[in-house]
Structure formats: C-alpha cells, structure tokens
Design a binder for this molecule. Sequence first.
Ligand code: SPD
Length: 279
Amino acid sequence: MGLWYYETYRGRVKLGLKVRRSLFTKQSDYQLVEVIETEAYGKTLAIDGIYMTSERDEHYYHEMLVHPALTTVANPERVLIIGGGDGGTAREVLRHDAVKKVQLVEIDQVVVDACRAHLPDHFSWDDPRFELIIADGIQFLADAAPDSYDVVLLDGSDPVGPAQGLFNRSFYEHVKRALKPTGAFALQSEGPILMPDLFLDIVHTVRDLFAQAHPYFGPVPIYGAGIWSWTVASETLDARTPDPDRVARFARACKYYNCDIHRAAFAVPNDLARALVEN
Ligand code: SPD
C-alpha cells in the first residue's frame, strides 16, 4: 500500500494522498508545518494536517482568489495579503502591471521558509514591489491607516488554530477601514457543500458590512470539497461583470482564469442561493 497522508474533515471525510517522501516537518510556535511529495499533486504543503497548496493544483486557488478582485478595481496599486505564506497569491498579484506595492503579512516564518525551500515555483520572493512582513495579520490590520489599500486579500487556512480570528466580523471591520471605498476585498470562503455552515457564515458576515459581497465558485481538487468558494466584497464595485477586454489582455498568462471563467464562477447554484436567503 505504501505511505499515505490523510486530511480528515471534522471526523467525517478523509482525503488521502499517496506519499513519495516527506520533505519538511516542523512544529512552529503556531502550527505543524509539513511539505510532502505526493504522487498525484507533486509537492504539497499541509498545515496542522490540512492541505494548503500543491504544485499541480495551486493555480485554481490562487488565480481565483486574486484575479476577480484585481480585474475589478480600476487601478490596483496597493495590495495587502493576509496569510499566503507560500507566495502563490503574491505571484498572481504581481502579474498585474498596475500593482506598485504588495505587502504580505504572514504570522509564521516557518511556513515561508518551508515554501521557499520546497515550493520554489510558487513565488520567486525577490520582486522589488513585494514586501514580506512576519507579523500577526489581525494586529497589522487593526493598526493600518484608513483607506490605505486598493485590494485586501485574505489567504488564510480553515478557521481553526491561528486562522480562527481571520473569520469574524471584527477582522472584516478592520479590512473595511483599511480599504479604499473604491477598493475590493477577496477571501477564501470554504467549500459550500462540505462546510455549508462556514460558507454561509462567512458570506453573511461580509455582506453585513459591505454594500456588495458576492460568493463565487471553482475547483480546488486538493481541498476535496467538491467545489470551493471565494467571496469578493466592495463598497462600490460589483465584481460579477468584468471588462472583457481588460481580462482578455491579462488572462493570457493564466492557466485557469479567463473572462468566461470569471463570469461563470459567480453563478450561484439554486440550493446555495436559497440557503443564502434563508439562513
Ligand atoms: N481547506 C484549506 C483552505 C486553505 C486556504 N488557503 C490556502 C493557502 C494557499 N496559498
């Protein structure tokens, strides 16, 4: 049978990946950080036993977290990423020529070190527009000056462990204060089929605060949840209707994202639409 690695969802579902070898294991001050080489997805980062990103499927997640927001904001010059210590989100942000400054606030230096060493294709870490800040993202945003970012991206884990505080109203209030009214906030909002309670809670809380907040959907095979979701919010912008010319020019560099994918991703299945109204 060989060696397998399993992520277990709430004691109910397991997703197993056949392991070629273990490349990195360290218990940091915050969490257990592991990089394993898997048969199906290549090198894979897991934190506290939860799959985060893999060489072979990371583009689904990172392109979809980043590009709907970045193609919606007119001039996304200043971007803040909370979490995302593997660098994949920063890589996608830096594809946008308008971006002048990206700050990535990651709580755990061990995550960055592990990914720099073992997932070098996720990010090259040396773009002059990029700044890595090892700090608590919650405190960083609480201290941020009002109206200082065009885009804020939350690239956290599931709401367990140190990521728990990234999924509540007070954190989103800090995001809203730090964001320009002409800006956009995008976050991963969990798998609506496997974790409907988390999905609904995230979307409702963000909707309570922002004039526009729209979930959108796509595949992230390594999360084993059927479909994954992200949510994009803004005081002034509706991300569901992209400018096709702008997206077409940009999306040539992407593996998954394009204008049709952008539009289609905002289609809400009937049961989720009902649940969003009822719950
Ligand atoms: N179920 C795991 C969700 C993790 C989302 N963030 C992953 C980080 C990739 N940059």
